[in-house]
Design a protein around this ligand. Structure first.
Ligand code: CMX
Length: 442
């Protein structure tokens, strides 16, 4: 058994009695109520999911296993000469709740490296897509097609005790996560580089190997580590995490679950906003007459108002839970101020940071006028030469898969059941509201 798996097993044994006690002895304690507005309004804020992997405070932002992002970046072990930590160390932290030592992180690097090679048919699946297919569609399908590799599915058919479900889910998760950089970079090569792919380097870590296969020099390896780590988890209720958890709750394996989560991430109100920001910015750049012309604040204000007045959202701003600037945005901004200060597109993003929040406040609709993670991620990719913005959400998906796999392994370890909330009809809501009498059926 790997060190990580052994540690995980210890943690599962510690955690199970806590969950069982809460369920068996305190199951009737009320933790929330549900209003009509919440039932009609996308279940905002209803406390009905449990995860220990991360917690999102509306004002402070995300914490992974109790650590702020700043602490995560300070404390996780880093490859020599790199500013950003091993992504594999983050997986260790998310799964076990313990900050890994360098050796523990390197064990995971080794485990991922051994499992990185993708089956041949995946290349054929990717190659079979017609031109103009969106990379997220290809990414989701490639993951889905690996369902046949599922160790969990085989074990389940053969008969496995419920308490052991987490074990093959762990194996499937590591098998899948280790392959995501290869799958994504093959898609990138196929769509944007005439199929000219760079083979992986088994001596590199997750972020380093990704940069290598993208054909990028330093510091793109750190850009990749930063990107994957900040996108990995955002508690359980966001569309991608919730989709992954929901699908896995029917005991669908990790390939089915992660493919489904990728589809949720591909929507413009969620991960696709990373692409949306750059698309929207380039419309402005074109209008200004090119990147070299930096618009005035007034010109940008006018553009923002035009977007709002045409009934569209400003991509990269607002959030369903956060009520302050997203710390994931702040971290990327800090990186950009260090490395991209003179980048013309960053200058646009910088002006937007000043201009958009007061406008959204003045408009008075968005509950959170501040920027989210997607407002900054694309400009960094753009700066380092990844200019095909359709691809940005795939990068988000690689990161997000790490957190969701950790969550799903724990779902199985703690025996979380099939998810099945109850629906009501509009008539019933009107009866709750007292505006309609309950009709008795004759
Ligand atoms: N621009 C314009 N209007 C916005 C807005 C924005 N950036 N953010 C919210 N609003 C509007 C909503 O569309 C909604 O309008 P209606 O009442 O007409 O429906 C109103 O303000 C209230 O929305 P809210 O409660 O503040 O926000 P929601 O929880 O409904 O939605 C989110 C959250 C992220 C979908 C929304 O802020 C948005 O559309 N942002 C732009 C897209 C984006 O950046 N998405 C990425 C989020 C991060 C991620 O998941 O990757």
């Amino acid at each position: 058994m790997s060190t990580l798996k052994e540690k995980l097993y210890e943690k599962i044994e510690e955690q199970r009695p806590r969950t069982e006690r809460l369920m068996n002895e305190y199951g009737d304690i009320v933790i929330d109520k549900v209003t009509i507005a919440q039932a009609l309004g996308g279940m905002r804020g209803i406390k009905s999911l449990v995860t220990d992997i991360s917690y999102l405070d509306p004002n402070e932002g995300i914490r992974y296993r109790g650590y702020t992002l700043k602490e995560v970046f300070e404390k996780l072990p880093k490859p020599k000469g790199s500013e950003m930590p091993y992504v594999e160390g983050l997986f260790y932290l998310l799964l076990t709740g313990d900050m890994p030592t360098e050796k523990e992180a390197l064990d995971v690097v080794d485990e991922f490296s051994k499992r990185r090679i993708i089956p041949r048919y995946i290349y054929e699946v990717i190659d079979s897509f017609p031109c103009c297919s969106h990379p997220m569609t290809i990414f989701a399908t490639a993951i889905l097609s690996m369902h046949r590799e599922s160790f969990f599915t085989k074990k389940y058919s053969a008969g496995i005790h419920k308490k052991d479900y987490w074990d093959p889910m762990y194996e499937d998760s590591v098998n899948l996560l280790a392959k995501l950089p290869e799958i994504a970079t093959y898609i990138y090569a196929k769509i944007y580089r005439d199929g000219k792919r760079i083979q992986s380097n088994p001596n590199l870590d997750f972020g380093g190997n990704f940069a290598f296969m993208m054909g990028k020099e330093k510091p793109y390896d750190d850009v990749s580590r930063l990107h994957f780590i900040i996108h990995s988890d955002h508690e359980s209720g966001n569309v991608s995490a919730h989709t992954g958890h929901l699908v896995a709750s029917s005991l669908s394996d990790i390939y089915l679950s992660i493919s489904a989560m990728v589809n949720g991430l591909a929507g413009p109100l969620h991960g696709l906003a990373a692409q949306g920001v750059l698309q929207w910015l380039h419309e402005l750049v074109d209008r200004m007459g090119g990147e070299k012309v930096i618009p005035s604040e007034d010109e940008i204000k006018q553009y923002v108002w035009e977007t709002l007045n045409s009934g569209q959202v400003i991509p990269g701003f607002g959030h369903a839970v956060l009520r302050k600037t997203d710390p994931r945005y702040a971290l990327q901004r800090e990186f950009s101020l260090k490395y991209l200060k003179e980048d013309p597109i960053f200058k646009y993003v910088d002006i937007l940071y000043k201009v958009v929040p007061p406008i959204l406040k003045e408009q008075g609709k968005a509950k959170n006028p501040w920027p989210n993670v997607d407002a900054q991620s694309g400009v960094i990719q753009w700066h380092y030469g990844v200019r095909e913005y359709d691809f940005y959400t795939v990068l988000f998906g690689i990161g997000r898969a790490i957190g969701i796999c950790a969550n799903i392994i724990w779902d199985r370890a703690l025996g979380y059941p099939l998810e099945r909330p109850k629906s009501v009809t509009t008539d019933m809501l009107e009866e709750f509201a007292g505006i309609k009498k309950k009709e008795t059926k004759k």
